[in-house]
Design a protein around this ligand. Structure first.
Ligand SMILES: [Zn+2]
Ligand SMILES: [Zn+2]
Length: 879
């Protein structure tokens, strides 16, 4: 029978049919120019790495953004919802090594496959704005930005200790080292090496990056906290301890201690270590305690230590052991938990405030790259210093006491609520007063200054990789401009990656082995020159890609500033919380640099950020190694794209982890089948209502006179409908409980199906039937686009559902006439009363006291108190 087939929901037929129609209509998901006059909405999900396969985490991420984009189109916005590919990176090289496929070919094949998957899922992306970061039309602008940064001193080279992953055979940024291991290779211990590297001076924006967080109130607090900690601002003082004169060591040599930092906060901390042999610059957050300093502690890598050990082989052996301990602790993943060891150097330093001589130690818990790599040790007022002093028998001198002199003090006393004692002329000052005064003295006498330091380091961007953006610099072989790097002129961009290259992942940068790439001419003198062979960190690509989306085909600039001005900042960005401190700090930095270049007007790229939870299965994150991966293709084949998408939204609040249950997908699929049956069954009735005046509709009531209140089953169903509209609309406005949205639609469907007998008996007018089904379809549109498109057509609609106005809740209709309010006596439920929905507390109280059951219970007793929670509860306290 034909009927049998008609009543079967068949996503395998419906979905490809609509995907074909959508593909034939490129304007459907295309952003419109600013001149369209509509309000704009830029919704963006983080772009994927083209590994070749979408996973369920992707499906979830993109289902959230897609639902939002569809909703905003229906709300009348001009929506930008683009997609692209974070296409540079190591896996392409690994694949090349393993399968002998060129990285470019491998990557572009993967992109094609994933694009097919996206389309099979019915994602509403504007493919005209597609960005592929590994193609020259994109990465040339990475090079262009690099040159702009170089011109402004924001890109520079320095020799530095770098994190080296032996597995990646490349340098890692600090952010890419997690617990001493590579962020990609959880089992690989990161080594330290000395290399000349390119850096971006992100520290120049440290304070602004920190301050900006206060204004990002559309970001999750946890992300803002992570960024604050990562930037790690601490206020304190730098103080020089003078080196005690040593006979015959040439310690008269003048240092360059007055050398100024670059004003960029952190990253300049080590500046004095190289040449200074007359003083030790220490950083402290508690200069008020300096009279209690009983030693100076140096990091084992401090330049002065090398100078001491050069003449003292016994000391050298001990220091080497400290370095070894530090290395092992780093490898174990927790440098903060290192067991503290130190050795005295036999040298002494002079406290500049009181002339007191203190011993200089080397300690394994002092880090060369934090502050200045030197501290003053004040055991009486610092936990760590106390522990160290007790262990090695160093003196402990109390210099801070609570203002109340009679109070007993247990050392270490770390509070800053106190006054100075044993501190000469500063006795009696509060800690805060003393800090200010001591800083002034240091500055006046030239042995220190107030100082803000940041944990944030400059961003190391050099990678010894092939599959990345070539750094557009050359080195003249004739040294026409000295030994420095020279920028490739803009008109020679892009510096193209050579296509065919042997990848060995050994012996440094693969580009260095390609003479056609390396050998070039000097832009200054025309003589022979060699190209830089490092490529850029792939986080460069993702730092500004979302600007390119707005003007993806621009061949003369990264983008048109006017177009960016219209679309930015991004209204809603969606992605994993693992990007909180990498991508999301770098892209904020990049935006500020572009602003200072006059290219954009916004200070921040993203107004609202949402971080979705992970998809887990059998208690663990889905991963190949755990063997618990669910393939989106399988799910789509078995249940359809709509069911897979709706399930990924229904199964958990979007910000929580989702525990994947295949039963759940099957359940959502059955629900969609019910919607399909219900709608197709009553579509003929509803179609008959088209053009009829709605007997109870808003339009009619707005005319005034003809308004007729719906009654009976019509009222019941319309009320439920308008309550559902109100709820889902509210969720899209920021609450984002999409799981309860889908649940609310399920309840609505239950209610309509529950009235089947009355519907079949024609008790509901066709126009009401039309409103019910039409609205049901519209409410489901963000979550199950294929089914919805099919049913929309079934209801006789000709235009795209994506441009149909989102339904508006009628508050009058949604209002309940009466509410059921439970009544408790001393916390125990005794009765339930019915009151008008808008009843005030007094009315509810009176109704509760008049209730028969309640009267029976309170007879002869005293009602001490009546607590009314309007609409919810009455509780009587009775004695
Ligand atoms: Zn690695
Ligand atoms: Zn030259």
């Amino acid at each position: 029978m034909a009927d049998e087939k008609e009543l079967r929901y068949d996503p395998a037929t419906i979905e490809p049919k609509w995907q074909q129609r959508w593909a034939a209509d490129p304007a459907l998901y295309a952003a419109e120019p600013a001149s369209c006059g509509k309000p704009k909405y830029y919704v963006l999900e983080m772009l994927p790495y083209p590994s070749g396969q979408l996973h369920m985490g992707h499906v979830r991420n993109y289902s959230i953004g897609d639902a939002l984009a569809r909703h905003m189109w229906m709300r009348g916005y001009n929506v930008l919802h683009p997609m692209g590919w974070d296409a540079f990176g190591l896996p392409a090289e690994n694949a090349a090594l393993k399968n002998n496929v060129p990285p470019r070919e491998w990557t572009l094949n993967n992109i094609a496959g994933m694009k097919r998957q996206f389309n099979r899922l019915g994602m509403a992306f504007d493919w005209a704005a597609e960005v592929t970061t590994c193609l020259p039309d994109y990465y040339r602008w990475n090079q262009w930005f690099f040159l702009r940064m170089f011109e402004r001193g924001l890109a520079y080279r320095k020799k530095s200790k770098v994190n080296w992953c032996p597995e990646c055979a490349t340098v890692l940024a600090n952010e890419q080292v997690i617990d001493g291991r590579c962020w990609r290779h959880e089992d690989t211990i990161v080594e330290q090496r000395d290399l000349v590297q390119w850096f971006f001076r992100i520290t120049a924006y440290a304070q602004e990056l920190l301050d900006g967080l206060d204004k990002l109130d559309g970001w999750p607090e946890k992300v803002r906290t992570m960024q604050r900690n990562w930037i790690g601002r601490s206020e304190g003082t730098e103080v020089d301890f003078f080196l005690e004169e040593i006979e015959g060591t040439g310690n008269r040599e003048e240092g360059t201690g007055s050398e100024q930092g670059t004003g960029s906060g952190q990253g300049t901390g080590n500046r004095d270590q190289g040449t200074e042999k007359t003083r030790i610059r220490a950083f402290t957050t508690r200069v008020d305690t300096i009279f209690g300093a009983t030693s100076v502690q140096l990091a084992p890598q401090h330049a002065l230590v090398a100078w001491f050990t050069a003449a003292d082989s016994a000391l050298k052996a001990q220091v080497d052991e400290l370095i070894e301990q530090q290395k092992r602790a780093r490898e174990a993943g927790d440098l903060g938990a290192i067991e503290k060891h130190g050795v005295p150097t036999g040298h002494f330093a002079i406290n500049p405030y009181n002339g007191e001589k203190v011993p200089i130690w080397v300690a394994n818990y002092i880090l060369a790259d934090y502050g200045t790599g030197a501290i003053m040790s004040v055991p009486a007022h610092d936990e760590r210093d106390f522990e160290f002093a007790v262990k090695y028998g160093l003196p402990i001198q109390q210099v801070i006491h609570p203002e109340d002199k009679s109070m007993a003090v247990v050392l270490p006393f770390v509070s800053e609520e106190g006054v100075l004692v044993n501190s000469g002329e500063f006795n009696g000052l509060t800690c805060a007063e003393a800090e200010k005064k001591l800083q002034q003295i240091a500055a006046a006498k030239g042995f220190g200054e107030a100082k803000v330091t940041y944990r944030l380091k400059d961003w190391g961007v050099s990678r010894q990789r092939y599959w990345g953006t070539p750094i557009p610099m050359v080195y003249c072989q004739a040294h026409c401009e000295g030994d420095g790097p020279l920028p490739v002129p803009d008109n020679q961009l892009p510096v193209l990656l050579p296509e065919r290259i042997e990848i060995t992942q050994q012996g440094g940068s693969p580009l260095a082995r390609v003479p056609e790439f390396v050998n070039t001419t000097c832009p200054k003198c025309g003589g022979p020159a060699k190209r830089e062979t490092d490529t850029m960190d792939t986080f460069v690509d993702s730092s500004w890609y979302f600007y390119r989306y707005t003007d993806a085909k621009n061949a003369t600039a990264p983008f048109d500033s006017d177009i960016v001005k219209y679309w930015f900042p991004i209204d809603q960005y969606i992605g994993g919380v693992e990007h909180a401190i990498l991508h999301l700090i770098y892209s904020r930095f990049w935006t500020k640099v572009m602003r200072d270049l006059g290219m954009v007007e916004n200070d921040e790229p993203v107004r609202r950020l949402f971080t979705q939870g992970m998809v887990i299965k059998d208690g663990a994150k889905m991963s190949k190694s755990k063997g618990n991966v669910v393939s989106p293709d399988d799910m789509v084949a078995r249940y359809g794209a709509d069911a897979a998408r709706a399930y990924s939204l229904f199964a958990a609040p979007p910000d929580r982890d989702l525990d994947w249950q295949e039963d759940g997908v099957a359940g959502v699929s059955r629900f969609l089948a019910r919607v399909w049956r219900l709608t197709t069954k009553y579509a003929p009735v509803a179609r008959a209502g088209r053009g009829d005046s709605h007997p109870f509709g808003t339009e009619r009531r707005m005319d005034g006179a003809q308004a007729a209140a719906p009654t009976g089953v019509s009222l019941k169903l319309l009320r439920k409908l308008h309550q559902t509209i109100a709820k889902i609309t509210l969720d899209f406005e920021g609450r984002w409980h999409f799981n309860t949205c889908v649940a609310a639609i399920m309840e609505l469907v239950n209610e309509i199906q529950g009235a089947d007998a009355q519907l079949a008996a024609g008790e509901v007018p066709p126009a009401v039937m039309l409103e019910l089904l039409r609205s049901l379809v519209l409410l489901l549109a963000p979550f199950a686009p294929h089914l919805v498109a099919e049913l929309w057509e079934e209801l006789g609609e000709e235009s795209s559902v994506l441009r149909a106005p989102w339904p508006v809740s009628d508050a009058e209709l949604a209002k309940e006439d009466e509410l059921e309010v439970p009544v408790q006596i001393n916390g125990k439920l005794v009765s339930v009363i019915r009151v008008p929905a808008e009843a005030d507390s007094k009315t509810i109280e009176a109704a509760a006291l008049a209730d028969e059951k309640i009267q029976a219970r309170i007879a002869g007793k005293t009602v001490v108190k009546v607590i009314v929670v309007p609409r919810k509860l009455v509780n009587l306290v009775v004695k």
